[in-house]
Design a protein around this ligand. Structure first.
Ligand code: FAD
Length: 444
């Protein structure tokens, strides 16, 4: 048995090297270069790969991602002879052993990564609420994996946020607190997060899909050479312990579930209001792990000269903060007709939102658009008036507590997600609801 095993180990299956088949490359955008873990592929001016045979290990990754089958594995005549001999004897077995070795190495590396982390975004010491929402979903993921939920806080004089993150469920908080991190700058924050990840090895890292979060997540994932799924609408753990990252794909027509199998951490961004807010318990305490990192502000390419706060007019509508939204779509037929939605919204303390078709028709401003390319909202009540319920709209509002749909087409998809559906003409139903609310108020 031992002798047999020893003999098998000596049989090295040649792996060959990748080679370009002339005339087949379609210059797809360097997918082969991105797939190569050994930096053996570089691109020429025509966007075709140049393969460094010294670095190539014949792992096949570039071949798998090539959409035009323009790459192949090349073996020397000697290697071909060994392959033929192996095939004749126990070729298949030798191959299994080679693959197992590679898989084993990756599995051992992945095991080093443990906890679930949430990056706490802050501006001038105030946390973005999406960070707390992520701690809510992070707690569920950590529980499924049997690991700790931790937060990451980077800034200047922001220790309070580490404590606050524990009140929202983090068992521990990694804190990088230094004046150089006073204002967000990609390089500095990226280096701080990467430093922590390399040292403490989380298996999952969640970041809010805000302007800042999107910028940071991309920079961190690139530096760590790991996968990142942006704008997830669902997160779960599969039976192998992988993070299932669900998001709309192909213009929102399908929901894709993405898994990062071979790299860590598994990174995902989630838009505000997609995940429910967890309960805050100020008596809950956690461990604060302070980390210092030398970043010389003179080395940073970006200098913050002035901070100009968002000059929102006093009448500006923030649909993301509203508890009640009365939303109109193409069924409203004109800008003027949105007045009946405004009347209803005023009556019940809500704001008016819109579908993309209503925004494209210039009936409503773009900041009111709800959906995949608009805002994601999670109000207590969402009233959809003359909105069909296209998937791109649904991904922005289906997290609402109660959805009331008014549509004259009983087969409209909006009814599939609505809590209450009214089949009828918006121009009759909406004023009738407003009238009834006024009557009830008058009776009080
Ligand atoms: P329609 O689909 O035309 O529906 C109008 C509805 O009104 C119909 O169901 C009709 O039965 C009903 N109706 C008509 N008259 C009346 C009446 N008198 N009374 C009652 N009901 C009536 N869309 C978004 O909303 N947000 C996004 O962020 C977004 N992003 C997108 C991103 C991409 C990449 C793509 C490809 C599309 C995106 N869309 C988005 C567009 C989306 O696919 C739909 O086209 C859009 O949501 C349709 O808007 P609507 O429901 O108002 O119009």
């Amino acid at each position: 048995m031992t002798e047999k095993k020893e003999k098998k180990k000596k049989t090295k299956k040649p792996r060959g090297v990748a080679r370009l088949i002339p005339g087949k490359c379609i210059a797809c955008g360097a997918r082969c270069e991105a797939a190569c873990a050994k930096e053996a592929v570089t691109m020429n001016d025509q966007g075709e790969p140049i393969i460094d045979e010294e670095k190539c290990i014949g792992c096949n990754k570039c071949i798998k991602v090539c959409p035009s089958e323009a790459l192949e594995i090349y073996y020397t005549p000697e290697e071909l002879k060994i392959l033929a001999a192996l095939e004749k004897e126990k070729g298949a077995e030798a191959e299994v052993e080679e693959v197992d070795e590679e898989e084993g190495r990756i599995a051992a590396k992945l095991k080093e990564y443990k906890d679930v982390w949430v990056f706490v975004e802050q501006t001038e010491g105030e946390a973005a609420t999406v960070s707390w929402e992520l701690l809510g979903v992070g707690a569920r993921l950590a529980q499924a994996l049997g690991v700790q939920l931790c937060s990451v806080v980077v800034g200047s004089k922001v220790e309070a946020l580490s404590h606050e993150s524990c009140a929202y469920g983090a068992a521990a908080s990694y804190l990088v607190d230094d004046p150089v991190f006073l204002n967000y700058r990609t390089e500095a924050y990226r280096d701080a997060v990467c430093h922590l990840v390399k040292k403490y090895k989380p298996q999952i890292l969640l970041i809010g899909a805000t302007g800042l979060g999107r910028d940071l997540a991309g920079a961190v994932a690139t530096k760590l050479a790991t996968g990142l799924t942006a704008d997830c609408t669902g997160l779960d753990i599969d039976k192998h312990g992988f993070l299932l990252q669900t998001r709309p794909a192909f213009g929102g027509n399908i929901m894709a579930t993405i898994v990062t199998e071979r790299h860590r951490p598994q990174m995902a961004t989630v838009r505000p209001h997609v995940m429910p807010m967890p309960e805050k318990n100020t008596s809950r305490k956690g461990k604060i792990i302070r980390e210092s990192l030398k970043v010389d502000k003179e080395d940073l390419a970006v200098k913050v000269l002035e901070i100009i706060h968002d000059a929102k007019g006093k009448d500006a509508v923030d649909v993301t903060a509203a508890e009640i939204i009365v939303s109109g779509g193409a069924g409203m037929q004109s800008k003027e007709n949105f007045a009946i939605l405004q009347e209803l919204a005023d009556e019940i303390g809500g704001v008016v939102g819109a579908s993309r078709r209503a925004v494209d028709a210039c009936w409503m401003p773009s900041e009111c658009q709800i959906g995949q390319t608009g805002k994601t909202v999670g109000p207590k009540i969402y009233i959809a008036c003359g909105i069909s319920g296209a998937i791109q709209h649904l991904v922005g509002m289906q997290g609402s507590d109660v959805i009331i749909a008014i549509n004259n087409d009983r087969h409209a998809p909006i009814f599939e997600v609505s809590t209450y559906g009214i089949v009828g003409d918006v121009f009759k139903v909406v004023p009738a609801i407003t009238r009834r609310i006024r009557e009830l108020r008058a009776q009080k």
